[in-house]
Design a protein around this ligand. Structure first.
Ligand code: ADP
Length: 208
């Protein structure tokens, strides 16, 4: 399965990405995790990424795109992938589509995690206390939500137009959200899934 997960920070993408990757035996590719690892090991990529991560800004498109294109060429992605945190801009989405289409393996679905801002703050404050992530302070949370609204939200329209968008109600317990996702994805029979990648919108999956 080739999936991308879209949604604001705190929407639960990471939790669901792990579960979906296991379910579909696909690779879980989380760009935020990759950057944090690179920062921790002090690689050249990590040195570039650090200031963006700390401020909550996006790492420049060309850096992220090159990194993800390389990552999805690795053997563990041959059976599909769940991209968590990529794409975050229209330029990233276009680069991904170009790559997948030229390989004849279009994206199967873009899951958009829908959740209210108040619930996000509640969740992110909890995560900050539990995980000590340097970018989970109130100020950067606010900034990351703004970055999401300005740069990433336009991807909802982008994937709505291509027919790949699947809206997920992200409020509920972890199992419940996974069940919702699998149910919606299960409604795509293989021919419908293939059509999705080419911009078709199968019955019951279109924009509401
Ligand atoms: P969250 O869980 O809050 O959505 P992530 O762990 O996915 O955050 O990402 C953390 C940080 O890594 C981002 O704030 C950004 O600086 C950087 N980053 C991750 N993915 C991307 C991307 N696709 N484009 C640009 N920057 C990215």
């Amino acid at each position: 399965m080739r999936l991308v997960l879209l949604g604001p920070p705190g929407a639960g993408k990471c939790t669901q990405a792990v579960r979906l990757a296991e379910h579909f035996q696909s690779a879980d590719v989380a760009t935020g995790d990759i950057f944090r690892e690179q920062v921790a090991s002090g690689t050249p990529l990590g040195r570039i990424a650090q200031e963006y991560l700390d401020s909550g800004d996006l790492v420049p498109d060309e850096v992220v795109i090159a990194m993800v294109m390389e990552r999805i060429s690795e053997p563990d992605c041959a059976n599909g992938f769940v991209l968590d945190g990529f794409p975050r801009t229209v330029a990233q989405a276009e680069a991904l589509d170009r790559r997948l289409e030229s390989a004849g393996n279009p994206l199967e679905a873009a899951l958009f995690f829908e959740i209210e801002e108040l619930e996000l703050f509640r969740r992110l404050a909890g995560r900050s206390a539990a995980l000590h992530r340097s970018d989970d302070t109130e100020q950067t949370i606010r900034h990351r939500l703004e970055v999401f609204a300005n740069k990433t939200r336009p991807l909802v329209n982008y994937y709505e137009r291509s027919g790949a968008l699947v809206r997920i109600d992200a409020v509920g317990d972890v199992e419940e959200v996974t069940r919702r996702i699998l149910k919606l994805l299960g409604q795509m029979t293989p021919p419908q899934a293939a059509k999705l990648g080419q911009g078709g919108v199968p019955e019951g999956q279109g924009p509401t």
